[in-house]
Design a protein around this ligand. Structure first.
Ligand code: BGC
Length: 355
């Protein structure tokens, strides 16, 4: 009898423990929404987040939205319905999540904007990113230094590109770069033969390589076909730089008579690092996605234990409704001279990946 009682008790304890464990895992569910699998960086961001969150005992729903805003909204709705406690969102269009984040708020789901600021909503709790203005400054300074502008050299011809207009980062990158380049344009040491300097004119929707290539083709045909030298191109990231290099190659650049212009980038995607090694792209910006993921996992941990998360910037990122408390990681420049130290010695890539 005693034995039977003990057995029943044992089953009851096991059952309640099981239920507890189940509830517990449910209450540790985190949603991670990434924009697209088409660019290397977001695949790395997504898998870093998933691995690091799971290592801390969280359950993760990780989804990519094929750069389609409606798909991303549906994925977020689904994450809320499934009981996610925190949403980590790298938005496609920063201004299109206002409605779905109202639902999140109503369900007490907290929201971290990942890499890209979410605009026009009070319902975003934290933002973690790299210092986006600084990314642009580093790109501008690279052009300044390679052309010798500080030493008074010039005039040089430059063309400017910007990122997707629905991504707040694109504006920040542009402002950072122009903070360095604009004074030289004003003084005539940098000349933009196309005269296309306005953000909306030079912006490439969806950060699309093909559209960047097409715009570069048009610029070359219209302004450089009669032998005018092209000295530098400001490209805000690697997906645009890939398209720009393709256009330059098709148009006969990369010879002694027509050398590649100084060309910037960002992300250190593998094809771009190869292009840097080959001398087709001059530099990129390394944003260690492992660091960003670790920072965001830390934020998730703080939120889940009802503590304020660590931030280091409470003034810069106004989303139109509020200043979102942010953590800014540090971007680093990479070119042919330092890629081995920065990318290989840190274990980010293996030498084989760059062959
Ligand atoms: C990111 C860049 C990336 C771009 C295109 C931006 O929001 O900060 O690292 O190159 O999106 O995906």
């Amino acid at each position: 009898m005693r034995k039977a009682l003990l057995a029943v008790l044992g089953v009851a304890i096991a059952l309640s423990f099981g239920a507890c464990a189940k509830d517990n895992s449910h209450s540790k569910l985190i949603g991670v929404a990434m924009p697209t699998q088409s660019l290397q960086r977001w695949n790395q961001d997504g898998s870093n987040m998933k691995t690091q969150l799971e290592a801390k005992g969280y359950q993760v729903i990780l989804q990519y939205a094929n750069n389609d805003v409606n798909t991303q909204v549906q994925q977020l709705e689904n994450m809320i319905t499934k009981g996610c406690k925190v949403l980590v969102i790298a938005s496609i269009d920063g201004s299109s999540l206002t409605e779905v984040l109202k639902t999140a708020k109503a369900r007490k789901v907290q929201v971290i904007a990942y890499d890209r600021l979410i605009m026009n909503t009070p319902n975003v709790d934290y933002y973690a990113t790299f210092d986006n203005f600084k990314v642009g400054v580093i790109q501008g300074q690279y052009i300044e230094s390679k052309l010798g502008l500080k030493d008074g050299k010039g005039p040089f011809n430059i063309e400017l590109f910007a990122g997707s207009p629905d991504d707040h980062n694109a504006t920040m990158f542009n402002q950072g770069a122009m903070s360095i380049l604009q004074p030289y344009i004003d003084s005539g040491k940098l000349v933009v033969p196309s005269k296309q300097t306005d953000f909306n004119t030079i912006a490439i929707p969806g950060w699309d390589s093909g559209k960047a290539q097409a715009r570069m083709d048009n610029l070359i045909t219209a302004f450089y076909s009669k032998g005018k030298k092209l000295d530098a191109i400001l490209s805000p990231n690697d997906s645009l730089a890939i398209g720009i290099v393709a256009s330059l190659k098709n148009n006969g650049y990369g010879t002694a008579r027509k050398p590649y212009p100084v060309l910037t980038g960002q992300d250190c995607d593998i094809p771009n690092v190869k292009a840097i090694i080959a001398g087709e792209q001059s530099m990129s910006i390394f944003k260690d996605t492992r660091t960003l993921a670790a920072q965001v996992v830390d934020m998730v941990d703080s939120i889940m234990s009802n503590k304020p998360a660590t931030v280091n910037d409470t003034t810069t990122y106004n989303n139109g409704v509020k200043v979102v408390p942010s953590f800014l990681c540090t971007p680093v420049f990479v070119d042919k001279s330092n890629y081995k130290t920065v990318l290989l010695d840190s274990g980010y890539y293996t030498a084989d990946q760059l062959k």
